[in-house]
Design a protein around this ligand. Structure first.
Ligand code: UTP
Length: 275
């Protein structure tokens, strides 16, 4: 079973400046809910109750969001707006939240390694809150846990992207696993390759199930693309041993780290609420 979900949330969010100057990117709201709340709901839907969040300077609002605000609750108690806090209150009741700080932003791989102290020696989920996912049935993490239970190794969520966008993602090469059309055994992975060097158009999105040996691999992983410690480079070590599955998830993903993706997500969830 997967008991814990790690949320790397220490990045600067430079694509969203100036909004992210004093507000964490993960707290930007799609309609009335901040991105990270959608992520916590997805993890809970997958049966995970322990949320481990890697934060950094200027991210205090995340901790306050997943805490009770006595003054506010007292103020609106018994009034017509009390129900607006029901969802977040229910999350707080059902989950535990723990935090650690990434002191220097050395990349996603480094942020995940920083989370080791909260995760320990067990397989765990990783969710990047700025990749907002919507699925008709089971949520993306829930789908991935089923895949993990079958193959008992690391799992990355993938989607097909236009070939001219491979330089924005980790891209995999892999062989379809027998009798499936959505599950690959990964043979190679490259971080943000130029389209001419990309082994496919299958891009890793912000959902992972990782086995805990990834921490020892990350400790040995040298800075890669952009001078950052890349999770893709560490996963390649596992892939060389045949221990990474890529899963083409069912659902939609919005890149809410970009303005265009954020607007699309806002429109999508607004339309959904009107139905
Ligand atoms: P991004 O590549 O989206 O970077 O990180 P960013 O800083 O958040 O945003 P931009 O590109 O400057 O606009 C992917 C995920 O990894 C986390 C981010 O918080 C985000 O969830 N991350 C990245 C860290 O936690 N630490 C890092 O050092 C780098």
């Amino acid at each position: 079973m997967i008991h814990k979900c790690l949320f790397p949330a220490a990045g600067y969010g430079t694509r969203f400046l100036p909004a992210t100057k004093a507000t964490p990117k993960e707290m930007l709201p799609v309609l009335t809910k901040p991105l990270i709340q959608y992520g916590v709901e997805e993890a809970l839907d997958a049966g995970i109750h322990t949320m481990a969040i890697v934060t950094g300077r200027g991210k205090r609002a995340i901790e306050d969001h997943f805490d009770i605000s006595y003054e506010l609750e007292h103020q609106i108690k018994g009034g017509s707006k009390e129900y607006l806090l029901d969802e977040i209150r229910s999350l707080i009741d059902q989950c535990t939240f723990s935090y650690t700080r990434q002191v220097e932003m050395k990349g996603l791989g480094h942020a995940i390694l920083t989370g080791e102290t909260l995760i320990g020696d067990e397989p765990f989920a990783v969710l990047l809150a700025d990749d907002l996912c919507a699925a008709d049935g089971a949520g993306v993490l829930k789908q991935m846990i089923e895949v993990y239970e079958k193959y008992q190794c690391s799992v990355v969520a993938i989607e097909e992207v236009p070939m001219d966008q491979t330089d924005k993602y980790g891209i995999i090469a892999g062989d379809l696993v027998d009798d499936t059309n959505d599950t690959y055994r990964v043979t190679d992975m490259v971080e943000k390759p130029d389209p001419k060097d990309a082994p496919s158009n299958l891009a890793i999105i912000g959902r992972y199930i990782l086995t805990p040996d990834i921490f020892d691999i990350l400790k040995e992983t040298k800075p890669g693309k952009g001078g950052e410690i890349q999770i893709t480079d560490a996963l390649l070590e596992q892939a060389r041993q045949g221990k990474v599955i890529a899963y083409k998830f069912k659902g939609r993903r919005f890149d809410c780290g970009s303005v265009e993706g954020f607007v699309k997500a806002t429109n999508y969830f607004y339309e959904l609420g009107q139905q």
